[in-house]
Design a protein around this ligand. Structure first.
Ligand SMILES: C[S@@+](CC[C@H](N)C(=O)[O-])C[C@H]1O[C@@H](n2cnc3c(N)ncnc32)[C@H](O)[C@@H]1O
Length: 275
């Protein structure tokens, strides 16, 4: 039962953590492969906030598109911002700012940005509706709130190795124990309604791994991630043993080298015009 003060932000534990395999995986994301639904409304000079920006590769792509507009990447922990700042430096971007702050209690005045974006973040929050309300608050009237989240239950793959189904069951249990919602895409419309967003468009786009190099990279990166200490500690609390995690990691490696491997991650996209 929630007996807490509804005005106090209650950050959720971030299930993936910031281990090397996770940051490397997020670091392959670009505006083109992860934010295509948002690109048509962007205009040079717009100010954009990227909530839960992680290692910042999408943020920096968006900054390039919006230059000379100011872009800010926000994280509630410092760890991924080290990678984000060094990526900015490598790209010669001295304008984009990376700072810490809480998604459920954004450290900005009302109407501060033209676009407020969050990629694969709402699924990790205990109060996604509150996060959307905060995003709308700091967005100016006429501006855009843009959110994209995956849906674990709707992911599909071949070959259907039992260890991958075991991984999905365990991951969803761990995320829910953290107060998060791994099947987020299907809930975006409900969350938008609850947040009071009125002018909303909802789309879906998928990431697809379907050639030898992509499947090898994705499967081995998943094996490293779920064999790592961050997940092991959380899995143990849901009854996942070290042997279970070893079996799951071996399953991912077997999948990664299957000559006919195929994986699909559906992502829900929410683009809301703020009134
Ligand atoms: C799956 S990662 C996505 C990173 C980046 N947007 C991307 O797609 O590459 C989710 C990020 O949200 C951040 N995060 C989780 N909870 C947060 C909160 N309450 N406030 C701000 N950031 C948060 C995590 O630290 C993590 O870097």
């Amino acid at each position: 039962m929630d007996t807490g003060d509804s005005t106090t932000a209650r950050p959720t534990r971030y299930t993936h953590g910031h281990e090397v395999a996770t940051l490397a995986s997020h670091g392959r994301r670009t505006a083109a492969n992860s934010a295509a639904y948002l690109l048509p409304v962007l205009e040079r000079g717009m100010r954009l906030l990227d909530v839960g920006c992680g290692p910042g590769t999408i943020t920096l792509d968006l900054a390039e598109i919006l230059a000379p507009g100011q872009v800010v990447g926000l994280e509630n922990v410092e760890a991924p911002l080290v990678a984000a700042r060094s990526a900015a430096q490598a790209r010669g971007d001295a304008r984009t700012q990376f700072r810490t702050g809480e998604a459920l209690d954004l450290p900005f005045d009302d109407d501060s940005f033209d676009v407020v974006h969050a990629h694969q973040v709402l699924q990790h929050l205990s109060e996604p509706v509150r996060a959307l309300q905060e995003m709308a608050r700091v967005c100016r009237p006429g501006g855009w709130v843009a959110v994209r989240d995956a849906d674990y239950a709707a992911m599909a793959w071949h070959p259907e190795l039992p260890e991958l189904e075991e991984w999905r069951t365990l991951y969803r249990a761990v995320a829910r124990a953290n107060g998060a919602e791994p099947d987020a895409a299907r809930r975006l419309r409900a969350w938008a309604l609850a947040a009071g967003l009125e002018e909303v468009s909802l789309t879906v786009s998928a990431w697809n791994y379907a050639d030898t190099e992509a499947c090898r990279w994705w499967g081995n990166s998943q094996a490293d991630r779920y064999a790592g200490a961050t997940f092991a500690e959380q899995a143990a609390r849901q009854g996942g043993t070290a042997e279970d995690l070893e079996r799951i990691a071996a399953g991912w490696r077997a999948w990664a080298s299957a000559p006919d491997a195929w994986f699909m991650i559906p992502n829900g996209e929410l683009l809301a015009r703020i009134r």
